[in-house]
Design a protein. Structure first.
Length: 281
């Protein structure tokens, strides 16, 4: 019987790649890279064999989609920020069996879901950037799942619960990662470079910090109650559906775990970022 053995909300900002590869930016995201190292240690200790990533850069408009290719391999450049993230080589085995199980379980809730084993379907950097660090080797298979920009938090709660049932029916030890921002208000273009290391707006920064306080105190019910308004008012990345999928899989208001911060809150191009791991019973 399969199980969720690791759960985390993770950052994927391209400035991490700048920190890693560009001498003029060396070290600016060392905290994020160190957080990835801690997530990797956790994954190894938990015996993770599959990373299921809710990727807010694989944005879809209808239904729930998984990339069920048996192999993800190539060389990546970001279309959104090609000056920040390019020349990233990757090669991971996929998890088609788990993709099919997730599709079946989501379909049984009445929601639409599909898995795609198509040679032309690539992988986005919400998956690739954290995997470059956490899954070096690699140590486990990778299953990317898309984020639907027109879906509700409630639909993603239901899909997340279905994902947990699918994992239980598999024979895999799965890490589920919500790869997305806290607040996500990119700085205006004319001042974008001033915001490389900042959050755009005190309201967003204060809301993010409040959310992290709620997480630290285990006040999950209050956080989940405010999640739709938080996503709407703080420009949630793809509506924060990644977070809804994650907490749906963890049991939503029944979740009783605790949160460990592996990378303290930081600003990047105006957005609020963190690496946080959620304990499992
Ligand atoms: Fe992003």
């Amino acid at each position: 019987m399969g199980e969720i053995v690791q759960a985390a909300k993770i950052t994927h900002v391209p400035s991490i790649w700048m920190s890693h590869t560009m001498p003029q930016h060396k070290g600016i995201r060392q905290n994020a890279i160190d957080g990835f190292a801690k997530l990797r240690e956790e994954a190894l200790a938990a015996g993770v064999d599959t990373f299921l990533i809710f990727d807010t850069h694989w944005i879809v408009n209808q239904g729930f989609h998984l990339n069920s290719k048996p192999r993800h391999q190539g060389r990546f450049i970001s279309h959104e920020l090609p000056h920040m993230l390019a020349d990233m080589e990757y090669g991971y085995d996929g998890a088609p069996d788990l993709a099919d199980l997730v599709v079946k379980e989501i379909q049984e809730t009445g929601l639409k879901a599909m898995a795609h084993n198509q040679p032309d379907l690539g992988v986005e950097y919400g998956t690739l950037l954290p995997m470059h660090f956490i899954n070096e080797g690699p140590i486990a298979n990778v299953l990317p799942m898309a984020a639907n920009q027109f879906s509700s938090i409630e639909e993603n709660r239901i899909a997340g619960e279905a994902i947990a049932r699918a994992i239980a029916k598999s024979d895999r030890k799965v890490a589920i990662y919500a790869s997305g921002s806290l607040s996500h208000a990119f700085a205006p273009n004319e001042i974008s470079s001033d915001y490389l290391n900042k959050v755009n707006g005190e309201f967003n920064r204060q809301m993010d910090l409040r959310v992290l306080d709620l997480w630290a105190e285990g006040r999950w019910e209050e956080f989940l109650d405010m999640l739709p308004a938080y996503a709407a008012n703080c420009a949630g990345e793809c509506g924060m559906v990644d977070t809804a999928l994650l907490f749906g899989a963890l049991g939503w208001e029944d979740y009783k775990g605790s949160c460990e911060i592996h990378t303290p809150y930081f600003g990047s191009s105006g957005t609020g970022q963190v690496n946080a791991s959620f304990s499992l019973a």
